[in-house]
Design a protein around this ligand. Structure first.
Ligand code: HEC
Length: 189
């Protein structure tokens, strides 16, 4: 069942991303054909449409790992992270040292409201610069949070409040798949 739900979710994401691509193609088409003033008008309209459909595309629940194996890997994260759904129900009871990881793939880095000011400056900055969690960013973050932040912020002084490292890429992909599998979408089923 979980697999099925994941599949449907992925299909939805792909569909949305397809939309964005179509819109870009449309914009390019207009730039090439329309005369100057109508070009501007069309560009504005298209950009607005793009903004509307691009939002949901940032929620990237694409996962290639094994969610069942990932549930075991999560025992390493539990000391500091819980998974508590929107109704406050605990999927995994864990420590409060780190933010709740429920629905991670739907949010920007450093964006869990309850954790709020406990986030480190660098992670919040990365989020404000547009970092959202997907499989790739998640895997490189957990491999070495500090190094990851230093690279994407291009700042050798960037710091991470998460000192734990999960270097094994398969484990990281599996735990990502697990987090996606317990995420918001599965709740409706
Ligand atoms: C020793 C405690 C500790 C452990 C163990 C730990 N984390 Fe963290 N984690 C943190 C803290 C603290 C933060 C906040 C980092 C910051 O603000 O710089 C964090 C942040 C994160 C974030 C960013 C969340 C967001 O809201 O942007 C992710 C993703 C994450 N951890 C995943 C994991 C995973 C997956 C594991 C297990 C493999 C794990 N962590 C293990 C303490 C921990």
């Amino acid at each position: 069942m979980r697999e099925f739900v994941l599949h449907v979710h992925r299909a939805v994401i792909n569909f949305i991303q397809g939309f964005v691509l179509t819109e870009i193609v449309l914009i390019i088409g207009f730039v090439n054909t329309a005369n100057r003033s109508s070009k501007m008008k069309m560009l504005k309209t298209a950009a607005f449409g793009l903004a509307l459909v691009a939002g949901p595309a940032f929620a990237d629940g694409h996962a290639t790992g094994d969610a069942v194996a990932g549930e075991n890997v999560f025992s390493k994260c539990k000391a500091c992270h819980s998974i508590v759904d929107a109704d406050g129900e605990a999927i995994v009871k864990g420590g409060r040292n780190g933010p709740n990881l429920y629905g991670l793939y739907t949010r920007q880095a450093g964006g869990e409201e309850d954790f709020g000011r406990k986030y480190g400056k660098s992670l919040v900055e990365a989020g404000e610069n547009g970092l959202t969690w997907d499989e790739a960013s998640f895997v490189s973050y957990v491999a070495d949070p500090r190094e990851f932040l230093r690279e994407i912020l291009d700042d050798k002084k960037a710091r991470s409040k998460m000192s734990f490292k999960l270097g094994d890429e398969k484990d990281a992909k599996d735990v990502w798949a697990y987090l996606v599998s317990v995420g918001p979408e599965t709740k409706t089923n």
